[in-house]
Design a protein around this ligand. Structure first.
Ligand SMILES: *Cc1c(COP(=O)(O)O)cnc(C)c1O
Length: 371
């Protein structure tokens, strides 16, 4: 009997088990401890940042990052429309308004020129634009060079991009700070968790303080700020340390999968893989299908693979089209809508076994042969 093949299942081994058991036996069963300290130092090194603050989720890292950048209720914050809802939700938590901006067709990342135009327009109207939150979509690092000239603090949503580089620079090192996610489906998982990385000492210290219930460093409980219970557990940090020893190997396996998809679809008219940065970690491989040329749609392929118990998923539904954000301001060119209509994420997990891969590529081969 076939078991279901998932898009991006957790890939854990005996290494993570040993780290976890050792942490448990050490007695540090708390959101504080030596594995958390070490995991922060190791992630900071990987991202080439001076500081890292472990938190309970990528969403928490985004929320704290926005607060630390000074985002206030009523401000405008630029968010790519093509992302997971957490990017926009974190903005709403602060009381600011997410303003959605469309994508570049090549890799689906935030369109820098449209961002500049939108920031200028908001300023002409007297709005305060207090942050831009570009997303490194499906692991491909966005373009930051021109965004950093707009005079607006940049918070990198690198939730999908740990281990990626662009122009030799690691994901997590762009902007004033970056948010990472260790959710179960991400490239490195702690089952749930996240981290804020930055070179800014004061920003890191502020996030650490807010994540720990904003408790002042005195004997009694003293609070000057509204705090959050956002710290990462030492046990989960231990799992993350185990995962980190395998990160390069896990990225290599995802890249190999993408190479195979590239070969399989190379001769198929009207198809392409989203993005082509060799530095991307290939968290999810996305196939884009132009039905007019291919003679079939991305959802035809998704339905076919679904019947073979193989999971696929449409590209993120753009935020400007989500019921919860309807009526929000958006600079839309149609690129993200088109990617949602024509894009499909294919199984990309580093834990796929050889027979899983055979099943995926056999099913795709049969699908293409029948067209
Ligand atoms: C996963 C993800 C998040 C949220 O991370 P969590 O750890 O699940 O809270 C935020 N932004 C993007 C782009 C993501 O993919």
């Amino acid at each position: 009997m076939n078991t279901r093949i998932f898009l991006s299942a957790p890939d854990v081994s005996g290494v993570e088990e040993r780290y976890l058991v050792n942490a448990l036996r050490s007695g540090w069963v708390a959101p504080i401890g030596p594995d958390l300290d070490a995991f922060e130092a190791e992630i900071a090194r990987r991202c080439a940042t001076a500081y890292a603050v472990g938190v309970s989720s990528g969403t928490a890292a985004l929320h704290l990052g926005l607060i630390a950048l000074g985002v206030q209720p009523g401000d405008a914050v630029i968010v790519p429309t093509l992302t997971f809802a957490a990017t926009a939700n974190a903005v709403v938590y602060t009381g600011a308004e997410p303003v959605f901006v469309d994508s570049l067709p090549g890799d689906g990342n935030l369109d820098p020129d449209l961002t500049a135009a939108t920031v200028a327009e908001l300023r002409r109207e007297g709005r305060r634009v207090s942050a831009i939150v570009p997303v490194d979509l499906f692991g491909a690092v966005a373009e930051y060079a021109s965004l950093e000239d707009l005079g607006v603090p940049v918070l990198e949503d690198a939730a999908e991009a740990l281990g990626s580089t662009r122009g030799g620079r690691p994901a997590g090192s762009f902007g004033r700070a970056a948010a990472l996610s260790f959710n179960g489906n991400k490239i490195l998982t702690t089952s749930g968790g996240g981290m804020l990385v930055t070179d800014d000492h004061d920003l890191a210290a502020r996030c650490r303080h807010l994540a720990t219930q904003a408790r002042e460093p005195v004997a009694h409980y003293e609070h000057r700020d509204i705090g959050y219970n956002y710290r990462l557990s030492n046990l989960l940090a231990a799992v993350g340390r185990g995962q980190l020893t395998r990160l390069d190997e896990m990225i290599a396996r995802r890249r190999q999968l993408r190479e195979r998809y590239l070969k399989v679809f190379a001769a198929t008219d009207g198809t392409r893989l989203l993005g082509d940065d060799p530095g991307a970690n290939c968290w999810l491989t996305t196939l884009v299908v132009e039905p007019e040329r291919a003679g079939w749609t991305a959802s035809d392929l998704g339905a076919w693979l679904g019947r073979h118990d193989i999971e696929t998923r449409p590209v993120w539904k753009p935020m400007h089209a989500q019921p919860v954000f309807r009526g929000h301001r958006a600079a839309v060119t149609g690129v993200a809508d088109r990617l949602f209509a024509t894009g499909i994420n294919l199984p990309s997990g580093s834990g796929l076994r050889d027979d899983d891969k055979r099943r995926v590529f056999d099913a795709i081969g049969e699908f293409l042969d029948a067209r």
